[in-house]
Each structure stands twice: as C-alpha cells, then as structure tokens.
Design a protein around this ligand. Structure first.
Ligand SMILES: Nc1ncnc2c1ncn2[C@@H]1O[C@H](COP(=O)(O)OP(=O)(O)OP(=O)(O)O)[C@@H](O)[C@H]1O
Ligand SMILES: [Mg+2]
Length: 222
C-alpha cells in the first residue's frame, strides 16, 4: 500500500519541466517538497492529478497497486488521490455544500446521507474556524486569499482521500490559521492519509515532524 512515483518526466507545452522524479509515500507519511520558485513543484502535483495542461512524457504513478499513469483526474480521485491547488479558482453559482456532496457522490458512487454529511461538515468547519455560512456561499467566490486556502482544507477533510497533494496550503494564512492547518495535517496522518506537502516555511516543517524532506531543483530531486 503506497503511492509510488517512478522516474516521472513532465512537459508543459513541449517544454520539459520535471526531469525524472521518483518518490514513495506510505499511508500516514508526510513528505515535504521544497524548492525555489519555478523549480517545478506545482507542475509535479498537477501532473500527478492529471491536469490536462501537463503531459507525462515518461515514468509511472501507481496508487495502492493501481497504475494511474494514463487515467483521467476523476478516476484518480476515485482511487483516493486529492490535490489542493496553489491558487484555488472561484466557481460562481455552486454552493460549497452542494459541491462537497456531489464530489463525495462522484468519488464513492453513493449520495451521502444527510445527517452524517451535515455532522462531518459542521465538524470540519469548526476545525477550520470557518463560519457555517461559508457552506452556503458559492465555492471560493469573493473569499479572501486565506479563506480560499481554508476552503481547500475543508474539501480535504470532507473527502478523506488516501493520499493528499497539498500545494502551499500555508501561503497567505494568518498565524492562527497556520495552527489549524497543522492540526488538520496531523489529524489526517492519524487517519492514515499519506501527504505530499509543498511549503516554503521552516516553522511549518518543524511543527509537522515530517517523514522526509525533498528539494526540487530544476525538475530534479536533490
Ligand atoms: N507553458 C510553459 N512553457 C514553458 N515553461 C513553462 C510553461 N508554464 C510554466 N512554465 C515554467 O515551469 C516552471 C515550473 O513552474 P511551477 O509552477 O511548477 O513552479 P513551482 O516550483 O510551483 O514555483 P512556485 O514556488 O513559484 O509556486 C516555471 O519556470 C514556469 O515558468
Ligand atoms: Mg507552485
């Protein structure tokens, strides 16, 4: 049981960005990915989630013995992979609670029951100190920078993926919210979620007791 990335090469518009990355993440492990701006961190995470703007030119991605390399995003999500974006988009007209309910249904194949869903939602909102009214607002529309990041964490808590790829979830968070992020990551690890976390912040890394720290430089792990 693990997420195994082997000798991955990724291009964007024919430009090679990731040039042979291998990583293995076990359940409950926390791997940190650091590196300068432009090193390729977001490219790697987007390619792992099958963002069509990124082309995997060679290598493989295997999750718990299932080869995801040629599967589209929704299939990867169904197998338990989750990506929180560095810059979450605004989705007008889609209330957050509807989005979460539909996402859960798409992943599990079953419409979530109202009572347990509401209980989980309120508990996740509480953990992130988000006002319950957020759940009724359109996804990320008009949210502040830090609120958008917390909205990504809300999705993470609700969808309970096997493996989570988190692209700078701490950028733009106030010091209290960084504390909630650390709580969320620790809780997920206890539940067995394997995590690949991109961060630039030493104090976040120190607070999290990671399994391993990787540095990406010009598309290669050093
Ligand atoms: N269409 C493109 N053609 C060529 N190069 C591109 C294209 N799109 C992105 N890049 C380059 O790919 C590199 C990797 O970008 P990426 O967003 O993965 O970096 P990052 O490590 O996440 O940086 P940051 O810390 O700033 O978030 C950058 O140098 C970027 O300019
Ligand atoms: Mg990035």
């Amino acid at each position: 049981m693990s997420l195994i990335i082997t000798n991955l090469h990724v291009s964007r518009e024919q430009t090679p960005i990731i040039k042979g990355v291998s990583l293995c993440i076990e359940p409950g492990e926390l791997h940190i990915l650091t590196g300068h701006n432009g090193a390729g961190k977001s490219t790697l995470l987007n390619a792992l989630m099958a963002n069509p703007l990124y082309e995997v030119t060679s290598g493989s991605i295997v999750l718990d013995d299932v080869d995801l390399t040629s599967l589209p995003t929704f299939a990867r999500a169904r197998h338990g992979l989750f990506l929180s974006l560095q810059t979450p988009p605004e989705v007008p007209g889609v209330p957050m609670d509807d989005f979460l309910r539909t996402s859960l249904e798409a992943i599990t194949g079953e419409r979530p029951h109202t009572l347990p869903f509401e209980r989980d939602l309120q508990s996740a909102l509480g953990l992130l100190r988000l006002d319950p009214k957020f759940a009724k607002r359109s996804l990320n529309e008009g949210f502040s920078g830090g609120e958008k990041k917390r909205s990504e964490l809300l999705q993470l808590l609700m969808l309970k993926p096997k493996y989570a790829l988190l692209d700078e979830p701490d950028s733009g968070l106030d010091p209290d919210a960084v504390g909630y992020l650390i709580e969320v990551i620790s809780k997920l690890r206890e539940q067995g979620t394997g995590i690949l976390l991109v961060t630039h912040y030493e104090h976040v890394i120190d607070a999290l007791n990671p399994t391993e720290i990787h540095k990406l430089d010009q598309g290669i792990l050093t």
